[in-house]
Structures are given as C-alpha cells and as structure tokens.
Design a protein. Sequence first.
Length: 63
Amino acid sequence: MQPTTLTVTQLAERLGVHQDTIYTMVRQKQIPHFRIRSRIFFRSETIDAWMKNQEESNARTAG
C-alpha cells in the first residue's frame, strides 16, 4: 500500500530527481506541498493529480 504522504526524499526517488530539485520547486511554489513545522510533505493523491496536469499541459503545448 502506498503511503498517503511523501517526504522530500521519497518524492525525489519517486520522480527520479535530486532532492535539491524538490526543494527548489517547493521554494518557487511549483509543486503542491504542506509543512508541519520545518518538515515538508506531499500528499500522494495531490502529487498524482499534479503529475497528470503536467502531462496534459505538456501534451497541449507539444501538439
């Protein structure tokens, strides 16, 4: 079963990017996230929807 929240490390691994990329995206508000004190988390469901939206957006601009 997939966890309902992901850490920066888990999301970076899932997307195949470096953790610094995730931190930069968070800082620039390019990826949906939430904080609990200083820790950053991502809801799996929200990230899935965000990825789908990114795919659709890229398909529209490429086609």
